[in-house]
Design a protein around this ligand. Structure first.
Ligand code: MTE
Length: 296
C-alpha cells in the first residue's frame, strides 16, 4: 500500500516523464491531466455549469460573433507546434513550447465566470497561477503591465479574414502587473479535467475570475511586459462601454444594460451579480484609492 505522499510523488514522476515527450497531441495533454492529482482549491457554493453548455455557449469572435457558427468553425482549429513568446521588460526574452508550459504543476480551480453580456457560469478550470510563469520569466523592475495577444491566423479564423473584421485583430488584453501576479489569476489549459477545446481558447488562455469575461483572453501566443498601460482590443473598439479594468461591478451599468443581475447558463431565473464577481475579499484591497466608477 502506498502512503498518500508516495502516491503523489509517483504521480509527479509520471507527470515529469510525460514532459519529455516530443510531440504534444490533445490525447497526450489529456493523459497528463489525468495523471495529476487535482486539488480543488477554490470552492463555490453554487453548482458547476453543465460541461456541454460551457463548451458550446461561447464567445470567440475570431471564429464568429455568432455562438453557433463559432462552435462550428472551431472544430477544425489546429494548435500544432504552438509557441508562446515572452518579451518586453524581461531579463531576457524567451519562447516556450506547450511541452515547456506543461512542466508547471497543474491544479483544478472552480471559479465563477461572468460575461459582460450578463450570462455567467461556474467552471472547473485546469491550469496554474500566472504568477508562476511570470516568476519564471523574470520581469525587470520597469515592468508594470502584462499584455497578452491571441493568435493571428486568417486561414484558421474566418472573422480575421473577413472584408470587415468585427474587431481590430489580433485580440489584445492586459493586466496591471499586480493583477497578473494575484494568486487567483490563472493560465488555463483545461476545463472539466480535459484539455481546453478550441472554442474555449485552446491550447491556453487567461482566466481572471473577478473581471468580465472579455479580459480572459483565449489562445495566447504572446505575453509582453510593458512600462505603460497597453491599449486593449475592447477598450479601443468602444472606450465608453469597455474599460481597461473591467472589474465585475453590479453598481456600474454598461451604457446599454444593467449589470446588477446575471443568468447562470442552464438556469431560468436571474440572480444578483456580486461585487468583483464574489471575489471582493480576495481582490478589493488592490484597488484601494481607485475610483471604480471612473476606472470601470
Ligand atoms: N478571447 C479572444 N481571443 N477572442 C474573443 O472573442 N471573447 C471573450 C473572452 N476571450 C474572446 C476572448 C469574451 S467576451 C468572453 S465572455 C470569454 O472569452 C468567453 O469565454 P468562453 O467562451 O470560454 O465562455
Amino acid at each position: 500500500m502506498y502512503t498518500t505522499d508516495e502516491k503523489l510523488y509517483k504521480k509527479r514522476r509520471e507527470f515529469l516523464k510525460l514532459g519529455t515527450a516530443v510531440m504534444l497531441s490533445p490525447a497526450l495533454i489529456a493523459t497528463k491531466l489525468n495523471a495529476l492529482n487535482f486539488i480543488p482549491t477554490t470552492q463555490t457554493q453554487h453548482k458547476i455549469t453543465d460541461e456541454k453548455l460551457a463548451t458550446s455557449y461561447v464567445n470567440f469572435y475570431e471564429f464568429s460573433t455568432n455562438k453557433k457558427e463559432a462552435l462550428k468553425y472551431a472544430q477544425n482549429f489546429s494548435t500544432q507546434n504552438w509557441k508562446i513568446e515572452l518579451s518586453g521588460e524581461l531579463e531576457k526574452p524567451l519562447t516556450l513550447s506547450m511541452q515547456d508550459i506543461l512542466k508547471f504543476q497543474l491544479e483544478e480551480r472552480i471559479y465563477r465566470f461572468r460575461c459582460v453580456e450578463t450570462w455567467s457560469m461556474i467552471v472547473p478550470w485546469v491550469g496554474f497561477e500566472l504568477r508562476k510563469l511570470i516568476e519564471f520569466a523574470k520581469p525587470t523592475n520597469e515592468a508594470k503591465f502584462v499584455k497578452f495577444t491571441t493568435l493571428l491566423d486568417k486561414s484558421q479564423f474566418p472573422d480575421q479574414n473577413a472584408l470587415f473584421p468585427t474587431l481590430d485583430y489580433p485580440y489584445i488584453e492586459a493586466l496591471r502587473l499586480d493583477e497578473a501576479m494575484h494568486p487567483l489569476t490563472l493560465i488555463a489549459l483545461g476545463m472539466y479535467k480535459k484539455p481546453l477545446k478550441a472554442q474555449n481558447g485552446a491550447p491556453l488562455r487567461l482566466v481572471v475570475p473577478w473581471k468580465y469575461g472579455f479580459k480572459s483572453i483565449k489562445s495566447i501566443v504572446k505575453i509582453e511586459f510593458t512600462k505603460t498601460r497597453p491599449q486593449t482590443t475592447w477598450e479601443l473598439a468602444n472606450p465608453s462601454e469597455y474599460g481597461f479594468y473591467a472589474n465585475v461591478n453590479p453598481t456600474v451599468s454598461h451604457p446599454r444594460w444593467s449589470q446588477a443581475n446575471e443568468r447562470a447558463l442552464g438556469e431560468l431565473f436571474t440572480k444578483p451579480t456580486l461585487m468583483f464577481n464574489g471575489y471582493e475579499k480576495e481582490v478589493a484591497s488592490i484597488y484601494d484609492g481607485l475610483d471604480l466608477r471612473v476606472n470601470f
